[in-house]
Structures are given as C-alpha cells and as structure tokens.
Design a protein around this ligand. Structure first.
Ligand code: IVH
Length: 718
C-alpha cells in the first residue's frame, strides 16, 4: 500500500502507527511476535518515509519518535505526582514475621499479600495523561527527581500510548516502575565500553541508572534497557481495589508487568516464594535482590499508613548478602565529620555480586577486638544490604604467623588531639579545628540535601582544608577565585564556578540550611519539620537558646543544660532528640560558628502563600466521589494541612466518604470533628472558616472521575 491508498497519507499513517504499536507490544511486552522482524522494519520504514514527506503528520506518540529529541543541557527537576517512598527491608525472617503480625493485628486474620521479585534497577515514575505517555521522572530524593522523559521514550517496552481495548484509560495515571538492564546486555555493554577505552559499569543497576542519566537520548537509545511497572502512584478515577487487580489493569493497558508476581496468604507461602525465586536467581536474565511483600487490599493500605520513609503495608525480604574471602591488608583509623574515629579495613579487591570491594567499615575498636581481626588476616566479607561491604569474620590459618592485635591510636590521626573513648566508640574532641572534621563538615554543608554546592565534594573539601584556605566553616563564604587558582587542580573556570556556586548558596531554603549544620539527629526529615515549625532560623535558635540569664560568652565551650521543651512541640521530636540538638548547638564554639554562618546565608522560610490549612491534621477515610483519595490528600497538603493515616486526639478533622472504615469509629470515640465530602470541598475552597459559613455551592475544580457515578465507592478495607 502507498500514499495513494484510500483516505490518503494521513489515514495510512494512522493505520501504520496502529499496526506498529500492536506488533511492538507483542514483541517487547508479550514476547510473542506475530510478524517477522523484516516485515516490522518494512512497515516502520514506510511510516518514516510518509512522515518525512508530510512532517505535519508526525505525532509525539508515533513509533518513529522514540529517538529524535535533541540533547538536553541539563535535566529538569520535577516533583513527583505522589512521594516515591522507600521500602522497609531485612534479610532476616523475624522482621518479616513481625511485619505479618502487625498486618494481622491491624486488619484481622484474613490478610492477603502479593509477592513480587524485588528488581535491582533504577526506580522511576511514569506519567500517562489521557493514555499518552507524558513524562518520566527518576526517583531522586523521593519528592522530586530528574525529568528523563526523552530517555524513557527510547525504551521499546514503554508504550507511548496505553491500550484502551479492554479497560478504560484514566485521564491521569502515574506509575512506579523499575528500569533494568539484563545481565547479558550489561556484559556486552561493558565489553563495548572497555573496547573504546571508557570505564565500565560496576553492575547492571548502575548501568541502568547511568544510561537513564544521559543528556543525549541517542546514547540512551543505544543502551539495552527494559522496564517493569509494579505500582500505581496516583490515578484520576477509581483505583483498582487490590494489588492483583492493579497488576491486571497494568497488563491490560499494555504495560510490561513482571510475570513472577503472585498472591501469598501467609509467611509460609512468602518463604516458599522466596526460596523458589532465590533458587532460580542465577538463571534469571536480570538481577534481583530479594522479594517484595505487599498487602493485596489497597484500601487496607490506607489503614496501616506509612512513615516518611516507607509504607507500612509493604516489606522487602532481601536475599542474604553475597560473601567472599580475601586478605585484609591494612587497618586505618578514619576521622568522620562528627569526630568519630572509625577503623577502616583495606583489603585485596574482591568481587561481590558484581561489585569490586576493597574497603570495609570495622565500626569501632571493640568490634575489631571482638572479631580479633588483624592486619594480614584472611577474612570473609559480605555486601550487607547488597551495598555496604562488611568484614564478617577472620579465617583461621594455623601455619601463618599473625600480626599484633590492632589498637586504636591515642591521638587523632588528623590533628593529634588526644582521643576520647565513649563506650565502644572513639572521638576526637577537637570539633572545629580538626582538619578531618572540618573537611567533613564543609563537605556536608555543600552536599546535595544541604546547600547543594556544585564542585564541593570530598576531594575539594579536603584540599581546601589541607591547604589552609579554610580554617573554620564560615571561611567557605570568603573564598576568592584568585586564591583557589593557586591550588593544584583549579583552573580559572573551575575556581570561578566554585565561587559562584558558593555565592548562589547564600540564599537557600531554611530546611537545607538547618540540615547542612550537621546537628546530631537532624536528618533531612527532621530539618524539614524544624523549618516548617519555626519558619525562621532566629525562632529555631531561640528555642535552643541557653537558659535565661546566661550569655554564651560566660560559658564558652561549656555544654549548657537546656530543657528543649520548645523543640519537643515539633512533630517527631522527643526528649532525647531535643536534648541532642540543644546540647550540640549550645556548645559555645558551635553557637558562634552557627551564628557566623547564618550571617553569610539567607535562609528562606518554607513557602506559606495560600496556606489556609496550615497546622491542621486531617485523616481521610472511605470513598470520595469527586476525586481520588490521594488527590484529595495532595490538595489538602498543598494548602498546608498535614494528612495522616491514623486518627488521634491531635487530628483536626476526619473526612469520611462512602463506606468509611474504622477510622470513623475512632474519630467518634475521640470526639474528633467529622466532615463529609461537602465539608471537604468547603475546606479546600475556603479554609476552616468556610465550614461554619452558611451553605454556598461547594466549589471544586476537580473533574469528576470517569465511571465514578455508577461504580461502587472506594472502601476502607474493614
Ligand atoms: S514497591 C512504596 N515493588 O526497591 C513501595 N519496589 O529498596 C514502592 N523495587 O525504591 C516499592 N522491585 O525501586 C516495589 N516489585 C517491587 C520492586 C520494588 C524493586 C525497588 C524500588 C524501591 C526499592 C526499595
């Protein structure tokens, strides 16, 4: 057939696209091709020729458009449709059993699970709008990641258009998937890289992640990537009610779903699945690092909720880490940012499940003594959690003379200060002048979740400190390009770039600044909580201030007793953490450095505009007609409310939709105010005041969910 066929080129192009899409699906997703590769290529060439002759006929989801996007200058940072959480995990059976017990306790004896292989690749969000592939975002920090749409488009098993044959396609569908590289493809890629003198990838996961982060989609297109979709992150419309139904829906939409997923009723069946998968692990074409157990009932997931790190309804049961034997060459005490001196083992490099390992953390002096590990010993190492190498034990060599037991030095290897033992750990008390600690603090301040200063990595921080360019943390903000250019490894461009990056960091988010200070116990999440509670750095410091009447000059260097009560009002901060924070900040020297840093930096409070619901804690239960529950949650959060999964006395409102669960009973028992859907819409449009205002037509900008009208509502799993 040609352009002159009935209906003309436009019709023919449409027909070709439909045919090619169908055969791509059969080939890449189902692995059941129905036509020869030659026939496929022929059709493809015909479409390409047609589109070249009539460029106006090209559509973004045409099979010819998988490659063709221009290289990017940088990736755009994009917020996820819903947070991409991590997984709670363990390689031991007990934590798995406890997970199962918790689920039974919360939901009753008839809980059901779906078990899936845990794919060891790169996690990604895929978004389809009206059935068309619209964007892909790397996991990043879980809240936002890098837009890699053009690169994902090059993966043939990713449909550019969802199949609408068997199931209605929702207006918005955000999915979670894993991008993988098959082991054989990975090896071939590494061989190619080595041949052209380029560094190979350490393992298929790195290869997949690295290939996704290419600015030029043509490079990604040449990398043999594949993908499996396993979760709905957000959907406009009614979500499937179980994980089984989710996987089925994903299949019907033409998405690649791992065929090994299956239901499991209890721990016994979970362990059977694990044993089966582990046995076949080496025959699988792709790498897996365990299995994932998920509650099957989606509504029940809302019952058990999630932490800021992981959902409580899922658990990763990891395979036991891979072990190897090698020789320990040397033990070196390394001083970290917080002054802890850690013995590090340097070993003869060894391959552990695809990664070359030569260093391992020996934790502390008691650990070294307990395992009786000495320089020169043969040792068994493993990759715990498949990432961090550990020395498990030493291996007896009866005929070999051993070195003397290793001892922690008395003085800091970096600054010579006398070290202090604290329990099994050893500290260098020279908090701010010890070069190793100073370099660690500088590096932390510039790190990705802190001020994110490009070009200020470990090596540069060490260099700046070693060369005496930085003697105290605030010196960072006095750096001059001319001075940097005197240092080895800096040219004019890199020097000005670094100074500019530091300058840019003078304005930053409050949470990043607080995190960057490296306060004990203050990670990214706590820093965020502190920032949104105190809203200004001054207010935060005020809450940590030494007791009334005392000024810091009086107590230089002394630790003051502060009760930290104001801190304990912050979500997630208890007495112990409050104590750690104040004890650290109120050390005279720390206080001074922090104040000085603050005078160089202008931290912005978290955005407040339109925060009509700030300070409110809201729980959603039951089905809502006009939007999905996750959408409602997002709208509430966008207005400053905190949406939580369990009802407590702190809960401001429980929104109870159709068929609400036990949360409604609990709210009634606790006397928490209950809203219906109309109340929710009022809250969204006018804040809490609107609830007491006389009835007006509820304003909602939510499009009605498809099929919402006649369908059974979402239930709450009880
Ligand atoms: S579910 C919030 N299912 O494992 C729950 N994750 O270590 C989302 N992963 O970041 C995760 N296979 O990238 C889920 N079948 C699977 C998975 C899987 C691999 C990854 C995922 C996650 C990581 C956590």
């Amino acid at each position: 057939m040609s352009e002159s066929s009935p209906g003309g080129p436009e019709r023919r192009a449409r027909e070709l696209r439909r045919t090619l899409r169908h055969h791509s699906y059969l080939y890449y997703v189902r692995d059941q091709p129905e036509i020869s590769d030659e026939r496929f290529d022929e059709l493809f060439r015909e479409l390409r020729a047609l589109e070249e002759a009539h460029p106006e006929l090209v559509t973004p989801d045409s099979p010819t458009q998988r490659v063709g996007a221009e290289p990017l200058d940088a990736f755009e940072t994009i917020e996820h449709t819903a947070p991409m959480l991590s997984l709670d995990s363990s390689a031991d059976v007990e934590p798995l059993e406890r997970f199962d017990e918790r689920m039974r306790k919360a939901l009753g004896e008839d809980v059901g699970y779906v078990v899936e292989p845990k794919l060891d690749g790169a996690s990604i969000e895929l978004v389809y709008e009206s059935g068309r592939f619209s964007r892909a975002v790397t996991r990043g920090d879980g809240m936002r990641g890098e837009g890699v749409t053009a690169n994902i488009r090059t993966i043939h098993s990713v449909p550019l258009r969802l199949r609408a044959a068997d199931r209605e396609v929702p207006p918005l569908l955000a999915l979670r998937a894993e991008v993988i590289m098959r082991v054989g493809d990975f090896e071939a890629l590494n061989a190619r890289l080595l041949e052209s003198d380029r560094p190979p990838f350490a393992n298929p996961r790195n290869a997949a992640a690295g290939s996704l982060r290419q600015l030029d989609p043509r490079i990604t297109a040449a990398r043999p990537l594949d993908i499996y979709v396993y979760d709905i992150l957000a959907i406009d419309g009614r979500p499937p009610s179980t994980q089984r139904a989710t996987l089925e829906a994903l299949r019907e939409w033409g998405l690649p779903v791992n065929e090994r997923c299956r239901p499991a009723a209890d721990v016994e069946e979970i362990l059977a699945f694990q044993a089966e998968i582990e046995e076949g692990r080496d025959d699988l074409e792709y790498e897996i690092d365990g299995i994932v157990i998920k509650l099957d009932d989606i509504a029940a997931r809302d019952e058990v909720g999630e932490t800021s790190h992981h959902p409580r309804w899922a658990f990763a049961f990891k395979f036991p880490p891979r072990k190897e034997v090698t020789r320990l060459l040397h033990i070196f005490p390394s001083v970290g940012r917080t002054g802890v001196v850690t013995p590090i083992a340097f070993m003869r490099p060894v391959e552990l499940g695809g990664v070359t390992v030569s260093r391992a953390n020996l934790h502390n002096r008691e650990e070294v003594a307990r395992k009786d590990i000495r320089e020169g010993d043969r040792v068994r190492v493993q990759r715990a959690g498949d990432v961090i190498p550990q020395v498990l034990e030493r291996i007896e060599e009866p005929d070999r003379e051993r070195a003397k037991p290793w001892v922690m030095p008395a003085e800091c290897p970096s600054c010579g200060t006398v070290l202090e033992p604290r329990g099994p750990y050893t500290f260098c008390p020279n908090l701010f002048a010890c070069p190793a600690q100073l370099a660690g603090r500088i590096q932390h301040l510039g790190s990705r979740h802190a001020l994110d200063i490009e070009g200020l990595g470990e090596e540069t921080a060490n260099l700046l400190v070693r060369q005496g360019v930085i003697r105290r943390v605030p010196d960072l903000f006095e750096l001059k390009a001319a001075k940097l250019m005197e240092l080895e490894g800096f040219a004019e461009k890199s020097a000005t770039n670094l100074v500019e990056a530091i300058d840019k960091a003078r304005t930053t988010e409050l949470a990043r600044f607080i995190y960057g200070l490296g306060i004990p116990e203050v990670g990214v999440t706590v820093a965020r909580e502190l920032a949104s509670h105190f809203l200004s750095f001054e207010a935060f410091l005020e809450a940590c201030r030494p007791a009334a009447g005392e000024t810091l000059e009086d107590v230089d260097g002394e630790t003051l007793q502060v009760d930290g009560e104001a801190l304990q009002e912050v979500d997630g901060i208890g007495p112990r953490v409050a104590e750690e924070i104040t004890a650290f900040l109120t050390r005279g020297e720390v206080w001074k450095v922090v104040k000085q840093l603050h005078s160089c930096i202008d931290p912005e409070p978290p955005p407040r505009a339109g925060d009509t619901l700030a300070g409110l804690r809201i729980v959603l239960t039951g089905g809502i007609e006009s939007m999905s529950r996750s959408e409602a949650g997002k709208k509430l959060e966008a207005l400053g409310a905190k949406v939580t999964s369990s009802v407590s006395k702190q809960t401001s409102y429980v929104v109870a939709g159709e068929n609400p669960g036990r949360k409604l009973e609990r709210a009634q028992a606790l006397g928490v105010e209950i809203l219906d859907e109309a109340g929710l819409l009022k809250l969204l449009s006018g804040g809490p005041e609107a609830l007491s205002a006389p009835d007006a037509a509820p304003a909602s900008d939510a499009a009605p969910a498809p099929g919402a009208a006649g369908d059974a509502p979402e239930t709450d799993g009880s």
